[in-house]
Design a protein around this ligand. Structure first.
Ligand code: NAI
Length: 412
């Protein structure tokens, strides 16, 4: 049984993640400083999942993760861990400029958001199984500065850099960092209630026109903390409704399209040569190959298109546009996932065309977002179909990634 230690489990993203992990049959070690909410969650998990017999030995540990001694003490009596999700985090509520922050507030926030993940790894290193997964929860605020939130943006930028350095230093671990956009949790509700976040103005910068539900971020965390994410180890995943790629000045209206449940099965069509994903092959009249598998009718509409991967250097922008023309006019919510060659493998003369193709993916995400139509790209190492990529492609294309759009993911 996979055992996952999850911090900040008692509320918001953490609580949703605990439920998802438990439903997937993984054993959780739940950590939070809020003893009451933590034990209520443990009881609820045990009660709800008892019939399936999957939740009987979840564990809960109360700890204030700003305190190095309490982090150190967590190692006592823990089972071997297959994954750690460092989710606990706080924002600054003082509404003061950075230079006017009280030292203890400043330090407490850094201790939790930046130092606790490293301290926890040191404390638990001896408990980790081979190739254990470490997933850190940063924020879009670590990529773009948010003023009047004290050390929040610096702490999250630090966590992104620390994760990437950890991946380099410890290649035996599977390390990744998630940058969520706005998620409808207590943290965000608190900012809205105190007048420090205007939800309409926040949504106006999000191509998908809505905040994320905690379960959508939980899906991404459960994926990153699994063996299925091995090929994106060392990477950063921004699950933010497209806000990180949007640079326009128009305001998005709140979306009237409700997301499908995360567990909606895929109605998958594969275009281009990528037989690893499917079993049926359909040839059209000329020499183009269209491979199509519809696994479930009326499922989440997803297209995976491998034609850009097989286009020549210098032709990738045109191939991306052609793929968008083929699939972009569909009206139903859904996704288009393009396979691209790795940018690092492109020679200098064609690097501009490759970068233009990636920016077209982002541009299309901004244009299609109001229709809940997503587009992402996955860089792959070889044009030879690789079955190990299937879980990643299914995740990106599917309903579990409905808040992911405009991104180019690098796979190893
Ligand atoms: P939340 O405030 O709903 O939950 C945070 C949890 O961490 C709570 O259960 C709290 O008791 C626990 N916690 C706080 N301080 C702790 C400490 N010193 N020791 C142990 N546990 C502690 O927050 P939310 O929204 O679920 O955020 C989770 C993570 O996601 C945080 O790292 C946050 O920065 C990040 N994030 C959240 C976004 C949002 O829009 N909600 C956006 C981007 C990132």
């Amino acid at each position: 049984m996979d055992t996952v230690l999850l911090t900040g489990a008692a509320s918001g993203i953490g609580r949703a993640t605990a439920w998802r992990l438990a439903r997937e049959g993984r054993r959780c070690v739940l950590v939070d400083r809020n003893a009451e909410a933590l034990h209520a969650l443990l009881t609820a998990l045990r009660t709800a999942l008892r019939p399936e017999g999957a939740a009987l030995d979840h564990l809960a540990r109360v700890a204030d993760l700003t305190d190095p001694d309490q982090i150190h003490a967590l190692a006592d009596g823990l089972p071997p861990l297959d994954a750690i999700i460092n989710n606990a985090g706080m924002t600054d509520a003082s509404n003061l400029p950075a230079v006017d922050q009280a030292d203890d507030n400043w330090q407490r926030l850094l201790d939790l958001n930046l130092h606790a993940p490293a301290r926890l790894l040191r404390a638990l290193h001896g408990r980790l199984t081979r190739h254990a997964r470490i997933v850190n929860v940063a924020s879009g605020a670590g990529l773009r500065a948010i003023p009047m939130r004290g050390a929040y943006s610096p702490s999250k930028a630090g966590l992104i850099a620390q994760t990437q350095a950890l991946a380099q230093a410890h290649p035996e671990l599977r390390v990744s960092v998630l940058c969520p956009g706005f998620v409808q949790t207590d943290l965000v509700d608190g900012l809205i209630a105190s007048g420090r976040l205007d939800p309409v103005r926040a949504v106006a910068k999000i191509p998908l026109g809505r905040l994320a539900a905690p379960d959508e971020i939980a899906c991404a965390l459960a994926f990153l903390a699994s063996d299925d994410a091995v090929l994106v180890s060392g990477g950063r995943l921004s699950v933010d409704g497209g806000s990180s790629v949007f640079g326009g000045s128009q305001a998005y209206a709140p979306s009237a399209i409700a997301p499908a449940p995360c567990d909606t099965p895929l109605s998958l069509t594969v275009h281009g040569h990528w037989p690893a994903l499917h079993s049926t092959e359909v040839r059209d009249g000329d020499d183009a190959v269209i491979d199509a598998t519809v696994e479930v009718r009326d499922g989440y509409d997803a297209v995976i298109d491998a034609t850009v991967l097989n286009s020549p250097p210098g032709g990738r922008l045109a191939a991306t546009l052609a793929a968008a023309r083929r699939h972009g006019s569909r009206d139903a919510p859904g996704s288009l996932t393009l396979l691209l060659p790795r940018a690092a493998d492109t020679d200098w003369e064609h690097a501009g065309d490759d970068a233009a193709a990636r920016m077209l993916v982002a541009t299309l995400a901004c244009e299609w977002g109001p229709r809940a139509r997503r587009i992402n790209a996955v860089e792959v190492a070889s044009a030879e179909p690789n079955p190990a990529l299937s879980p990643l492609l299914r995740f990106v294309a599917g309903a579990q990634a409905q808040y992911l759009t405009g991104q180019t993911l690098c796979s190893r």
